[in-house]
Design a protein around this ligand. Sequence first.
Ligand code: NAD
Length: 453
Amino acid sequence: MTFVADTLRIAYEKGLTRPLAWRKHQLEQLVKMLEENESTFLEALATDLGKPSVEGFMTDIAFVTGEVKSMIKNLKKWNKPERVGTPLVALPATSRLIPEPLGVVLVIAPWNYPIQLLLVPVAGAIAAGNAVVMKPSEVSAATAEVLGRLVPKYMDTSAVAIVEGGVPETTALLEQRFDHIFYTGNGTVGRIVMAAAVKNLTPVTLELGGKSPVLIDASANLRVAARRIAWGKWLNAGQTCVAPDYVMVDATVRDAFLAELGKAIAEFYGADPKASESYGRIVSPRHFDRLVALAGAGTIAIGGETDASSRYIAPTVLVDVDMAAPIMEEEIFGPLLPVIDVPSMNEAISYVNAHPHPLALYVFAEKKSIVADVLNRTTAGGVTVNGTIMHLTNPKLPFGGIGESGMGGYHGKAGVRLFQHLKPVLSRGTKLDPSIAYPPYTDRKAKILRKFL
Ligand code: NAD
C-alpha cells in the first residue's frame, strides 16, 4: 500500500517544493482557485452552514486570499537567511539563521470556517517550502466536496494533496509519518492527534477551542459593547472558535446591557431572525440537538425559538443560569449566550482563572485600570479590548491558544515560520587559525582564554 505522505516525500526530497518560483506559483493558484470559483464556494458554505454570502466572502474567501497575497508579497523576505552577530571566541566567522522547510506537512481542518481553517495553514506550509496533505472536515460535506474537486485541478498534485473523509481516513493519515501536523478542532481529537504524533516525534500545532469569556465592567460603553458582542456571538450562528461563550457583567449594569443587546439583535437580524438573510444555521441535526439540550439550564431573556427542520436556533440570551450545568462546563459553539451578573470584575477574573485558559478573552471597560487588571491577572490565547474577534484579523498578532485552547500560533509571518526550521549556521574563515583553544593546554593559554570567556 502506498501512503500519500511517502508519495509526496519523493517530490519533496527531489527538491520540487524548494524554489521560490514553485511556491509563488502554488500560492497564486490557491488565490485563483478561490477567485474563479467564488460563487461555487459560497453556495457550498450556504448548504453546510446557511452561511450568508457576505459572511462567507469575508471569513472564508477574502480572509484567505488576503493572507495568501501577503505571503506572495513577502515570500522572498520571509525566506531570506537572517544574519546574526558572532561572539569573539568564534571569530573569524559569520553566523546566519537559514529558514528551511520541514518536509511533508499534514493539515486537518474543522467544519466551521471550512475553507479558511484549511487553506491558511496550507498556504503557510507551501510558502515555507513544504509538501502538504490537507484533510477537510467531513461535517461540512458540501464544501469538502468542492475542495476535493478543485484542489487537484489547481495545485501541483505531486506535492499538494487533498484527502477527503472522516474518522477512519484521518486515523489512517495519522499512522503515516509527517514532519509537522497542524490540527484545528476540539481538544478530545487534539489529544488523539498529539498521541499519534509521538510515534515519530512529529511536532504539532493544535488550534483548539474552549469557553471564551466576555467581561463587562460598570464603566463600559454598553451600546458599543452590546453591538460588538452581538456581532461576534451570532456570526456563523455562534459556531466560531473565538465567539464570546459567556458574559460576566457588573450587576449594576446588567439590565441596561441586556436592553442594548436586545436592540442590537433586532437591528442586525430584524424582529424574526429566521427570516434574516444575515443569519446562519446549525451545521447538523446532531449539533442542533446538543444545543437545544444545553439551553434548558437558564431563563430565556431574548430569543429561544428553534426549528429542527431548518436547524435554526434564534440568537438566544440566557440569564439565571445554573453554573453547574453543562452549558457552563463545555464550549457552547452555538447561538446561546449566558449572561451572568457579578459584584465586580474581581469575581469575574477569579471565575476565569478557576477554569482552563481560554482561546480568546474580551474585556469591555472605559477605565484603563480595569483593562490593565484583567490583562495582568488572566491568561488567554488572545485578547480584544472593547471588541470581539478582531485580534485575529491582524496578521501581525499570531493567533493561537494556550493550555487547553491549544499550542502554537499562526497568521502572517508566524504562519510561515511555523512550518520552517531556522537552521543556525556558523561559517568560519580559514585565513586565521589561532591555537589558543587547542591542546596541549598550558597556563599561558588558560590565562588568555579566561580573558575571552
Ligand atoms: P470536526 O468534527 O470537523 O473535527 C475536526 C477534524 O478532526 C475533522 O477533519 C475530523 O475529520 C477530524 N476528526 C474527528 N474525529 C477524529 C478522530 N477520532 N480521529 C482523528 N480525526 C478526527 O470539528 P470540531 O472538532 O467539532 O470543531 C469544533 C472545535 O474546533 C471547537 O472546539 C472549536 O472551538 C475548535 N476550533 C478551533 C479553532 C482555532 O483556530 N483555534 C478554529 C475553529 C474551531
